[in-house]
Write a protein of this length. Sequence first.
Length: 796
Amino acid sequence: MSLRKSPNSRRFAWLLALALAASMLAPGAAAQTDEGLQENPEPAALVEIHVADQTQLDRLVATGADLTADVEETADGYTITAVLTPSQEAELRAQGFAVGDTLQSQEDIDALRSERAQTLQSKSRLTFQTLAESETGALKVLRADYFEGAEGEFLSVEVKSEAGDDDTISVSWDAGPGTEIGDGGTINLFDFVDAGVYLYHRRQFSVADRPDLIEVSSSDTGESVTLGVVEWLPLDENGNQGGNSPYLTDFVDHYMDPSEVTERIEQLAAEFPDLAEIIELPYQTNGYRRHAKALLGTVAPNAVVVNSVAWGHEGGNDLTVEFADPGAADSPLSVTVTGNDIVLSSATDTSGAMVTTASEAVAALNSLTGDLVYAHTYRGNAGDGVIVPEFEELTDNLSAPDHISREPWTVKALRIGAHRDGSRLGVLAYAQEHAREWVTPLVMVETAERLLRNYAHDGETKRLVNNLDIFIVPTVNPDGGHFSFYDFNFQRKTMLNHCDDSLSDPGLRNNWGVDANRNYAIGSLFDGYDGASTFCLSAVFSGPSELSEPESSNIAWLPDTYPNIEFAMNTHSFGNYFMWSPGAYSVPGRVTLPRPDFGDEAFFWAASQQILTAIKEHRGTVVTPARTGPIADVLYSAAGNSGDHLWYDDGIFAWNFEVGDAGFQPPFDDEGHDQALEFSNGLIELFGVAHRFDTDNQRPTSSLEPGNGRYDGPVEMIFEASEPVTIFYTLDGTAPTSSSPMIQSAGVREGAESITIFETTTVHWFAVDAAGNVERNYDPDGNANNYNKATVTIDD
Ligand SMILES: [Zn+2]
């Protein structure tokens, strides 16, 4: 699908792709010459690059380096943050670029991973703290809350038993201070089992009087524990909030991998069945899995790459391959397979020297029956070097623990709303299109928890959940996400390799995949737009065609399936940006996708103020005006991004966050945690913007200034309005319609254009706000004449 595609655009895209591929920095291609083979990717680091001016910045972009969104204008040019390997850094230095400080090195990442592992180890499966426990610890009381509401007095008790759901847990309570335990009553708790996993026992039940003490008993061990109850959300004598803040926040306490995040939203859906449900998105990803590989050889001409036909975890990792010297003259080339072990015995000459070349070894391995392995030469080499004796075990090089699934992955959305039937305005929030942006799924989890856990007692939350239909997709790219957590932290793209044999050796495994935010169908590379690449190793690889990948297809599917979605937030990191369409332009000429109508643009700006103020409230973080606006104005072109797809294809008010200003994986405690909380503030405020938009019945008013009257000569006029509006007008005395000229923005980041009137003219116009309310209830397609009129008389 394309928008306003010029006849030449396909040819142009092809030329552009060639140009990009030719100038592309070979990712991590440390040594692919006779000096040796690249067995493993080089480590990467986050580093700063300084350039003197825009021309140098464009030159840097053209190298294909993996630049982040963090572009800082300085007194003497620009500072850009990039992910570079040592050889890429050396290559950029050789091209004259000033490479400066390292912001995050491999040691920093190792420290972060071990900190996360420690946090996970010290946590129970549940994030609640234990209130009290029995003598042996087999019985843990997680919560015992009393509360009084409109419907009476209740106790809510949650207990975890070591015996799991087989245990029968009973609770007895007194009838107030000084009474006996049991005087109030006794009840059995329900076990809470989700997806076959025991979570805890729980029950909420009514009580006649506020209990002072309760006793929790286990039938399994006979143990019991006595404790006092606490009041949930107490009010003071005036009916205002008591000691506890009624609005609960701060539900994230470590970086969560895609498995944890998915498990968390499933738990939330199970815990709040009246308010939330899981939507399984239809396009499964390939999964966190790869074929096992081995690289044999010493230099490119004698090197052979051996690939398992099975996935690594399904047997590929068990294979071994050996190139053997038969130790005898005039031996023939032979291959034998014993179980999982492949032995290729080289041919020898009359002196007993090995003579089998890499290409002959490849042919011999590929002629094996049984579909065990597939071999090819190294990076397209002809393979005429003689192989050397070597033994290798094949490996998929995947390091995630066993509990991370290796199967195709079903991406899930958490749908939140009291009325999830399409009757309410829909809002879509999604994150982790880019795998390495670890804070972004936490923004989603934090926001979901706030909506569900504050619903019962917070009026504003209740308004949002009752009136909106919210879809939260915390991890769009789970395979890449797992790879980023456990294998290569700087992974940006999806995990599936689209490269051919010449770029599929294990040394390049950190550079495969598709940029999920360059694979959409509007303003794409295939339509001739800039900021994506056809090169399969590029950080901004567009994929083979628009929406070729399940990750992007899932997001595009949501508004097609739920047409009530009218607002969206695409959450990325980092740079502290807040952006909207257009997000792409074509070169030459920097021709952007069509700009929003002036009224819509004004609505984007007005909403920004509200959302960014909410972000600032957490700890004073200011998203600056310079980093607020259309992507193409404040950042750089991003062909085929999801925000443009949602805005141009689905008419959705689509925004983009770039959260934080401290790298993709800042330390959690000092920084990542706060970023999640502050941008959750912003996301909640977006829901407020959407709800106010939905209930906006206020008709706009507008005026022409200076307007009616006699003037000596040409006069410049502007329209003023009561709120962000689009103005439709005529100057020929006819009635204005929705196809009449619109007042446009005067230029990039400027206000509305003015009109200059040279001769006596009757101006007719009406205003429409972003919610579609028309001034004076005028019907632009009807016959009424209740539009605005002004007569401007020019005396010669
Ligand atoms: Zn991103």
